[in-house]
Write a protein of this length. Structure first.
Length: 206
């Protein structure tokens, strides 16, 4: 299994897919879209270490500027998917942040059926939840309908990864500090101790 998690910023991968990354670190590539500077990059390295050192690349787009660079972003993601040929691609929910919406749209376009012979068509595409945003201005029919079971070690790794982003933690009461509570809430609703939630966009079964 090959998985690519596409994150708008260096921290979204941990908040949205930290449990999944901790569960399958050797199967995952983290692709972060924007460059937020050396402080966040160092925090990102610590977060990936907490998650078991999944592979990672940064595309270096300007933070907050991705909507104006859609063509370049799609082309960059096309190259990543063609090189790594993942079975599963994970995209951020298109919520209030312009970089999240642009990353979702670019990822969907990159996952298209293409006339190009070297274009990779990922058979499974899922959208992940980032609990910071609870309102969506983006019309979609996405529903949380896939739940990844986690154990205590996965949740602990996710919590440590999120805690690595010291520069991004605005207050003690915040979703980035509530990893255990959110994982338990999502899991208990599905008779699991802990879980992360995803929305299935497409699954081609062979």
């Amino acid at each position: 299994m090959r998985r690519v998690v596409i994150a708008p910023h260096q921290d979204d991968e941990s908040m949205g897919c930290g449990g999944l990354l901790a569960k399958y670190p050797g199967e995952c590539l983290v692709v972060t879209v924007t460059d937020s500077g050396p402080v966040r990059a160092a925090e990102h390295e610590r977060a990936l270490a907490a998650l078991g050192h999944p592979a990672a690349v940064n595309l270096g787009f300007p933070d907050g500027g991705t909507p104006q660079l859609m063509t370049d972003l799609v082309a960059a993601l096309d190259r990543v998917l063609a090189e790594h040929r993942p079975d599963e691609v994970y995209l951020p929910f298109p919520s209030l942040h312009q970089d999240h919406i642009a990353t979702y749209e670019a990822g969907m376009r990159s996952g298209r059926v293409s006339m190009s012979t070297d274009h990779h068509f990922p058979p499974t595409v899922l959208v992940y939840d980032i609990a910071v945003y609870d309102v969506s201005l983006y019309p979609s029919d996405l529903r949380w309908n896939v739940f990844e079971q986690l154990d205590e070690a996965h949740v602990d790794a996710k919590a440590r990864a999120c805690a690595s982003y010291v520069s991004e933690i605005p207050a003690a009461v915040h979703p980035i500090n509530s990893v255990w509570e959110i994982a338990a809430s999502v899991g208990h609703m599905r008779l699991l101790p802990y879980a992360e939630q995803y929305a299935l966009v497409r699954q081609v079964r062979r």
